[in-house]
Design a protein. Structure first.
Length: 302
């Protein structure tokens, strides 16, 4: 097959592993920065160009689109979909997952376990908003934040009110969620491909840190997940329409709750923690499912 990998940095571990896995299975693969692509949106003849060259005849496209370039990156991916190129993850599914509020609303509608979450606009609603999520301590998240950036733990009502007031002064959009204290600063990253969890790791934040992101100094180890956790991860990915995703779960007293669904999960941490060839599994999934024009929206509503 002829594969195209959309990535701004070919030196990243995940990008390199996907290239290695593709070539090891006999496929040709090209890495292109989506921001350097430009498009001709013409009737019945859509085109994508890159440095003066028209891009065409790719069997499948693998999007590794960073959160900061979601809008343009998904526009490029959507153009490939119009050409009939098979996308590993579809543009609409990526957009859903990147909009944290929309993603949580969709998960809630389908009965996926998640922390109590509040969203409001008026400063007059602060006290009732905090009551809705069970009161302090609470976690306050910027809607645009990634990798633990823009996430604050407010341990008291006064602290929460101060943070909320500051964010509203900046006209920032944010969520307020209950703090799952029993998780102990750890979460479980489930790597979902198709309808199966192919690898899972437990991420633990450093001493005094409630965020478990590996980018923030967290550690990772192999973990055995329960059938309920496995089913929750698979359902969350399916609701958002993602073929490949990293589903982050907390072990709450009420059962597994989904914190986030990542449409471009990093491969380094989970491959090293589990010893599994996740990149190879991703390419194998493309081999099984790639057909010309086979572009469809798995999550039809929302």
């Amino acid at each position: 097959m002829k594969l195209l990998l959309l990535s701004r940095n070919p030196r990243l571990y995940s990008t390199r592993r996907l290239v290695e896995a593709s070539e090891a299975r006999g496929h040709s693969v090209r890495v292109i920065n989506p921001l350097r692509c430009y498009m001709n949106i013409a009737t019945s003849n859509p085109e994508i160009h890159y440095r003066g060259e028209r891009l065409e005849d790719f069997d499948a496209v693998i999007p590794r689109i960073g959160a900061s370039v979601t809008f343009y990156g998904t526009a490029v991916l959507r153009q490939f979909e119009m050409l009939g190129t098979y996308p590993l993850n579809e543009s609409q599914a990526i957009s859903r997952s990147r909009d944290k509020l929309r993603a949580l609303q969709l998960l809630s509608r389908e009965g996926v376990g998640m922390p109590a979450t509040g969203f409001a606009h008026s400063p007059d609603d602060t006290d009732d908003l905090l009551r809705l999520v069970g009161g302090a301590p609470v976690v306050i998240k910027l809607l645009e934040g990634t990798q633990g950036v823009g996430v604050v733990l407010a341990e008291t009502r006064k602290a929460a009110a101060s943070v909320i007031q500051a964010l509203r002064g900046l006209k920032a959009h944010f969520l307020v969620q209950e703090f799952v204290e029993e998780a102990g600063g750890a979460d479980i990253r489930c790597l979902v491909i198709g309808n199966k969890v192919v690898a899972a790791m437990r991420r633990q934040g450093p001493e005094g840190e409630f965020r478990s992101n590996l980018h923030r100094g967290g550690s990772a180890e192999l973990v055995r997940i329960t059938p309920r956790e496995r089913a929750t991860a698979v359902k969350a990915a399916k609701v958002l329409g993602l073929n490949v995703s990293g589903v982050d779960i907390l072990r709450a007293n009420s059962g597994p709750v989904v914190m986030e669904v990542n449409s471009s999960p990093g491969l380094q941490g989970i491959e090293r923690a589990t010893g599994r060839d996740v990149a190879g599994m991703i390419i194998e999934f493309i081999e099984r499912n790639c057909q010309p024009g086979r572009t469809r929206t798995r999550g039809r509503r929302g």
